[in-house]
Each structure stands twice: as structure tokens, then as C-alpha cells.
Write a protein that binds this ligand. Structure first.
Ligand code: ZN
Length: 340
């Protein structure tokens, strides 16, 4: 894949990025030194192989295995707050002007931190972010996650802000094994508490999962790539303008779409669906957001106009306040008005 020309002035917006999927070898080394943790190797290439999804990855379940090593570095207050800061700093270097970083507090309790301590640590990192940054708290699909999910829900309510902190809730994990319908009670409460939420849906499971997430009241859908399996779901997305957080490289790696030549992003865009483009897990996927746009341009003929549309959709769909949205739209206009 051709890398994006780093000298070009760009303004990217990242709405779907997992903290534990954003730990590059450089960040991993810094976090290891800071916490006196011994990594399996100091060699950057070998570390990259450990942190990046293998080429023979078969499905989402295989893909999720790759998170084990980064998670070992994200189990202390300093580790979590520094990771948020370092990822935000890497995003700034990549010309990302706004990002939403998501993580599941319940995955960071291995050394005894409470979910609340974990959220507070991440908020410390947000305070030091060089770019406008917000957090999304993930509930997890899985066995026996109910109580932990309820705790995450309550923390999302307690720390919810319009900008500069926790802005939304999510549902992550193995969608093929644990259907979206099983999480109705969590999102009924989230809706009642007026916590905005996105849900990973239509990735490892089909369009029905997207329909379920929409029925819960999701403001955005994580992936939603398989929505085309039901035209009624596509129509609902088009009419509601609920945004899809699409991540093509991640979908290719997890085999969410068997024939990538039929990747539906452009088709969705042409149908008036509010599509956005994201990395999902920039370190585990081995990409940047610039690479992802480049991939769509080279393989699917994404035009400059469509690129701007994707970015404007992201500005509209961001879980942030109106002032930040205005800033994002103005920055997009300044960056791209002379090119398009
Ligand atoms: Zn994701």
C-alpha cells in the first residue's frame, strides 16, 4: 500500500479507535519503561509482529487475540494516562485534528484498579492531549460481563460531558458469539440516562444486529459494514442519518467482508448514508487514518469530493459540543477548499 504523502496538509477526524489497538511499538516501549515491565522483545520489528494482526488472521475472534500484549501495559494509573497522552500525540503527528478514543474499563482491572480509577486515569491523559480528544467507554460482550457493564454504564453517566472527557458508551467484543439482543437492558438504561451510544454491529454478525442497535437508539454504528444484507436496514440508516463508523482494513483482516472488491463504503455513501472512515485499531491493523483514505482512493476510486464528505460526516457525527463541531468544519474548509 502506498503511504500518504506526509508533506501534504490534511485534517483527519478519527471516531473509531480503540486505545488498546493503538499501542504502536514506540508507545509500547515507552509504557514498558515507565512501568518497569519487561517486553517479550526490544527489537522494533519483532515487537511490531507481536502487536500487529498476523496475515493469516481468520476472523474477529483471532483478531481479538492480538490485544493481549497491549493490555498488559494498560493496567496501572500511569500506564493508562500516559497511553492516552501518547496515542493523542501520535494522532497529532498524523494530522488528526479530532479523535474519540474508546476503551473498556473492565479490561484494565487485572492489577486491582477499579473501573473508576481507570476512567479517571484516562481523563488525566485527555487533559494533556495536544488535540481535541474525547473518550467512549465500552461495555463488553461476553460471559459474565453484566455487572461490569452496569458499572461502566454508571461511570459513563457520572463523568459524561459535552466535550473534553467521557462523551458516549459503546458495546465491543465478539459479536459473532454474543448477539446484540442480549444487551438490551444496558442500552435501555443508557437511553433513559441520556447517555449517547454507539454499538459495534453488522461486523461479525449481519444486518439484524444493526437493526437491533438502531432499535436500542444507537446514535452511531461501529462498522455496520454488513447492513447491505437487508435493504430495509439501509433505508433506515439513510433516513435516520445514524452514522456508520467504517473501518475497511480491520474488516479485511477479520474477514467481515469475504470479497473486499465489493466493500460497500462508496455504495453506502452514494445512497446518502452518513458514512465515516476510521482505523479501528491503528497499531494492530498497522495503519494510519491517512493510509485508510489512501487505500480507499487507490482501490475504490474515492474522489476528493467523497473524501471531504466522509470528513464532514465525521464532524457532524462526532460526540462533541457544537463549538467543537464548528471548529472541525472550519478546519476542513480551510484545509480542503483550495483542493476541491
Ligand atoms: Zn472497534
Amino acid at each position: 500500500m502506498k503511504k500518504q504523502n506526509s508533506t501534504a496538509s490534511e485534517s483527519w477526524i478519527e471516531l473509531h479507535l480503540h486505545l488498546d489497538g493503538a499501542i504502536t511499538p514506540e508507545i509500547a516501549k515507552k509504557l514498558a519503561i515507565l512501568q518497569n515491565i519487561e517486553l517479550p522483545t526490544q527489537n522494533t520489528c519483532e515487537l511490531q509482529n507481536l502487536l500487529q494482526v498476523p496475515s493469516n488472521c481468520q476472523n474477529l475472534n483471532d483478531f481479538l487475540q492480538c490485544f493481549a500484549l497491549p493490555l498488559t501495559l494498560l493496567q496501572t494509573k500511569i500506564g493508562i494516562s500516559e497511553a492516552v497522552f501518547l496515542v493523542a500525540s501520535a494522532l497529532e503527528q498524523q494530522q488528526v485534528i479530532y479523535a474519540e478514543l474508546r476503551f473498556a474499563p473492565q479490561l484494565h482491572t487485572q492489577k486491582g484498579l477499579s473501573q473508576e480509577e481507570i476512567v479517571l486515569s484516562a481523563l488525566e491523559g485527555v487533559k494533556r492531549s495536544p488535540i481535541p480528544l474525547n473518550l467512549i467507554l465500552c461495555c463488553m460482550r461476553g460471559e459474565n460481563t453484566h455487572n461490569a457493564n452496569l458499572e461502566t454504564l454508571c461511570l459513563a453517566k457520572k463523568y459524561l460531558v459535552a466535550h473534553g472527557g467521557v462523551v458516549a458508551l459503546d458495546l465491543a467484543g465478539a459479536e459473532g458469539l454474543y448477539p446484540t439482543t442480549a444487551y438490551q437492558d444496558i442500552f435501555a438504561q443508557a437511553k433513559q440516562m441520556q447517555i449517547p451510544f454507539t454499538i459495534h454491529a453488522g461486523e461479525a454478525a449481519g444486518a439484524d444486529s444493526v437493526a437491533t442497535a438502531l432499535s436500542f437508539g444507537a446514535k452511531r454504528i461501529g462498522h455496520g459494514v454488513r447492513s447491505f444484507e437487508n435493504p430495509a436496514v439501509l433505508k433506515q440508516l439513510q433516513q435516520s442519518q445514524v452514522a456508520l463508523e467504517m473501518c475497511p482494513t480491520s474488516n479485511r483482516q477479520t474477514n467481515a467482508i469475504h470479497n473486499m472488491q465489493q466493500y460497500p463504503l462508496i455504495s453506502y455513501l452514494n445512497q446518502g448514508i452518513c458514512v465515516t472512515l476510521n482505523t479501528d485499531d491503528m497499531a494492530i491493523c498497522g495503519i494510519t487514518l491517512a493510509d485508510e483514505f489512501c487505500y480507499m482512493q487507490e482501490n475504490f476510486g474515492l474522489t476528493d469530493g467523497q473524501k471531504l464528505r466522509l470528513l464532514q460526516n465525521a464532524a457532524n457525527a462526532a460526540f462533541t459540543d457544537e463549538a467543537t463541531k464548528r471548529y472541525l468544519h472550519q478546519t476542513l474548509q480551510t484545509t480542503y477548499q483550495t483542493k476541491i
